[in-house]
Design a protein around this ligand. Structure first.
Ligand code: C2E
Ligand code: CA
Ligand code: CA
Length: 597
């Protein structure tokens, strides 16, 4: 019998343990002709014994008072066994009004008992020494297999859980989501990606333990706010994922996310100091049949959106979001090579005198001739360049190439009285060798500083302002002109104008567009023009699309303009025709649509 039990136990694992033990117990009680057998494990941390299996099964109440029995619990039938290392026999004692005899054999491992094998017989019973010897062997087999199963379980726990927060980790998440998303299961299945803000900052200023405290705090607050069966996972450094147990559509998932976000905006006290933190949450919903990785990727993209947009820190995945990020990722990956392999091109848009159509300047506007996506406009990739440290490379490319083109026109007798306008991003203004690059480009192509104007927007951040000042003054020393672009959309506009060495102001096209429909916008444009005159600055109206807008600008005292009414930005070859005549024909008359006279 011992060998049979030994081979049965050799194959046991955490899942098959209870039924295997039941079988072993059944064999043993039949063999020894007793009435009841059980196996309990000892949990030293909880100071308790826990039922593993019994045979025959009792019809126990729920909860079963014998499931977990603490050593110090009153009336504990296992009072005496806490330190047991030898078999213990009790003879006929009253137990629930019955006289029973029992034998308890400890499962000993390294001198410590880790469990109890017990038998009960109604009435008197005497165990022979040989029987007890057999039981001791069996108990030691059980001890070995329990220790092995425990180790396996601990290893599994370690590999499926995060040590710091005790939450399941990404391995568990994939397994769990895989089951939830199996075809035919109830859906939709929501996934919420919860991103903690500023953990890096906390780690570097307050130390890693402070960061750990915050992570544990987030974990326990998540647990408090969610239902018992909701899956909460530590997904990475500063991310958690929540998969609600019940099926949930986008709308309910977003509500849940807002609730969680609200409940998580708090702080922890570290060394007597309250450190506050916040989270952003991205929401995606999968339907059974979807791949877990896809659903998580969508939730992660939504989290990226939640971090960047004015979304109150909660964003739901949409196809548009996907396209945006897909494009942004693509751009990030490929922009550097686009700069170096001449995929970028410059188009030029003239600026004219509205009174006579004379060309006064051309603005270089960058485009990306993409092999599969066609001609990409700068709004899509200039921002990406700024966030990926490519702003300098892109900016230098533009300045070099615009100057080269301009010099070429001049050599061929065009554009002698025309100013070249080049856009510079706020990032460039604070870059250390920007001025040097401009100077180099001018010198290389024999251009005079005052035939080039750099256009800057107002959105230079306050910290960078003094640096931007220095750059602008250095540019002035090269005689380069400076224009403020998109004027009226930033803040501090007035103070900028006073403090910066500016020659020209370009009225943002949004005001020009509404010039004839909105009295407020007309008033703004009027005051910008007044201001410019007062400071002795040139003023240009951007985005002039209609003859009416052009007439109004003229009425208000602004005669320089740029816009689709005159011409769209054009490739260099096409702009040459205009530079040749130096005159662009357009009409200030209201065009009557459809009727020829
Ligand atoms: P921006 O400097 O304000 O350039 C004018 C933009 O307005 C151009 O868009 C032009 O096509 C558009 N536009 C011109 N006339 C009209 C009109 O009548 N109606 C409308 N609706 N739009 C008009 P584009 O070329 O797409 O450039 C967008 C922005 O990208 C530029 O705005 C500028 O801020 C930036 N950008 C362009 N090229 C460069 C560059 O080389 N470097 C940097 N840093 N930024 C650039
Ligand atoms: Ca511009
Ligand atoms: Ca502009």
């Amino acid at each position: 019998m011992v060998t049979q039990i030994a081979s049965e136990l050799a194959a046991v694992d955490e899942v098959t343990m209870p039924t295997t033990i039941e079988r072993v117990l059944a064999d043993l009680i039949a063999h020894f002709d007793v009435d009841f057998g059980y196996l309990r494990r000892i949990d030293r941390e909880r100071k308790a014994t826990i039922l593993v299996a019994e045979w025959p099964r009792r019809s126990a109440p729920d909860p079963d008072p014998l499931n977990v029995v603490y050593f110090d619990q009153a009336y504990s039938p296992f009072h005496a066994v806490e330190k047991l290392t030898e078999p213990m026999l009790t003879s006929a004692e009253s137990y629930f009004d019955q006289y029973v005899t029992s034998a308890v054999v400890p499962l000993v491992m390294h001198g410590d008992s880790i469990g109890l094998l017990g038998f009960v017989k109604h009435g008197d019973w005497a165990w022979s020494r040989q029987e007890l010897a057999v039981l001791t062997v069996i108990a030691s087999l059980l001890a070995q297999s329990q220790a092995r199963v425990d180790t396996e379980a601990r290893l599994r726990h370690l590999s499926t859980h995060d040590e710091l927060t005790e939450l399941p980790n990404h391995h568990s998440l994939f397994g769990y989501l895989g089951q939830r998303l199996r075809a035919g299961r109830p859906g939709p299945v929501a996934a919420l990606c919860v991103g903690l803000n500023g953990l890096k900052l906390v780690n570097s200023y307050l130390g890693r333990t402070a960061g750990d405290d915050i992570l544990r705090d987030v974990a326990s607050r998540l647990r408090e706010q969610l239902e018992l069966n909701d899956m909460i996972v530590r997904f990475g450094g500063d991310e958690f994922v929540v998969v609600p147990n019940r099926p949930m559509d986008n709308y309910s998932a977003e509500l849940l996310a807002s609730r969680i976000k609200h409940g998580l905006s708090g702080g922890v006290t570290i060394d007597g100091e309250t450190v506050s933190y916040g989270v952003d949450i991205g929401v995606a919903v999968g339907i059974p049949g979807d791949a877990p990785a896809d659903v998580l990727r969508r939730a992660d993209l939504a989290l990226r959106a939640a971090k960047t947009q004015d979304s109150n820190g909660v964003a739901v995945f949409t196809d548009t979001l996907y396209e945006q990020f897909e494009l942004a990722d693509h751009i990030t990956l490929n922009l550097r090579s686009a700069v170096s392999d001449n995929s970028l091109v410059l188009h030029y848009q003239p600026e004219v005198d509205l009174r006579n159509g004379r060309v006064l300047a051309v603005e270089a506007l960058v485009r990306w001739q993409h092999p599969t996506r066609g001609l990409l406009l700068p709004d899509i990739f200039v921002g990406v360049a700024e966030t990926t440290k490519l702003a300098d490379e892109l900016g230098n490319w533009v300045i070099r190439n615009a100057c080269a083109q301009f010099a070429d026109w001049r050599r061929r007798g065009f554009a002698s009285d025309v100013v070249l306008r080049v856009n510079a991003s706020p990032k460039q203004l604070t870059s250390p060798n920007f001025v040097e690059r401009v100077e180099q480009a001018l010198r290389e192509h024999g251009l005079n500083g005052n035939s080039v104007c750099l256009e800057i927007t107002e959105n230079v951040s306050v910290e960078d302002l003094s640096r931007a000042h220095m750059t602008l003054h250095a540019l002035k020393r090269l005689n380069v002109q400076i224009a403020i672009d998109d004027f009226g959309t930033g803040y501090n506009t007035l103070s900028h104008l006073k403090a910066l060495p500016v020659d020209t102001v370009k009225i943002d096209r949004s005001f020009v567009k509404r010039l004839n429909n909105s009295p407020e916008d007309r008033a703004i444009v009027e005051s910008i023009i007044g201001l410019a005159h007062e400071f002795g600055l040139e003023i240009i109206g951007e985005g002039v699309e209609t003859a009416e807008a052009a007439r109004t600008l003229l009425d208000l005292g602004c005669h320089r303009a740029q816009g689709f009414l005159i011409t769209r930005p054009l490739p260099a070859e096409e702009i040459e025709a205009h530079l040749n005549t130096m005159q662009i024909p357009f009409s200030l008359e209201h065009r009557r649509s459809g009727r020829s006279e």
